[in-house]
Write a protein that binds this ligand. Sequence first.
Ligand SMILES: [Zn+2]
Length: 143
Amino acid sequence: MSKPCQNCRQPNPPEAVFCFNCASPLSGEQNGGGRQFNQQWNQRQAGQNFAQPAALPGAASRRAIIAAVLAFAGMICCIPLTSIPAIIVGRMEINAIKQGQSPLNGMKLAQVGFWGGIIVILLQIVGFLFWLLLSMVSAVLEP
Ligand SMILES: [Zn+2]
């Protein structure tokens, strides 16, 4: 059962106190926590100009995409330069999604960024140690 906004006709969940689309107050206030949540939401929306009306549905956020892109860049370029921000951004986005502040569809991308970044760094460490071993061996073997 949805609650249509009297201002813009946007259907809102029954517990919503402020319209997800235009942030105008909806009639029938009863939920203090929901009200605070909606207020924060609408402030975020106004600031970031999100097209998606609610937290959980909708496309992946830009931060989730950035995390995944950074992780892939780290895999291709073989430098930890992009893997570290991929882990940080991915972690932030996973937290934001768990707190309902970011679209759930970004979860996979955020996890790809977070774990991809960690895997890339581990591979780079292993690769570096292997390279170190090889150069030590070749130094010993060379006349
Ligand atoms: Zn509205």
